[in-house]
Write a new protein. Sequence first.
Length: 127
Amino acid sequence: MIIVPLALMVLGSMMGAVYPGAKVHRVSRRHLGRGQSAQQANTVSCVLTNPSADVITMTFSKPVVVSGVIPLTSTVPAFVSQTIVSSTVVQQTWSASQAAATVTLPGNAANVATYQGGGVVGTSVTF
């Protein structure tokens, strides 16, 4: 029978210990991978037309939510009323003829948004 001192038994059990290896590179899930790009905002374009003398029609490329008066600026002095014809068409009536007037729709107007939360691309036209 072999007698092994207690100190050797403790030392022998430590030889099988596992030490940590190299650090593993953890990829953040919040960053996009190679070849991917961030989703573009849901912007909508607008075409301004003048179907009659004192009416401006705004035709949007996607359905929009309108809250309040759309802030068009025009060289004609006074805004009269606004009518929402459909989810893509809005008409504004002005106090005078829009012939030869410059009309501007500002970009990202707070009163107009898409259903996904995007804004409107600004546009300007002279009738």
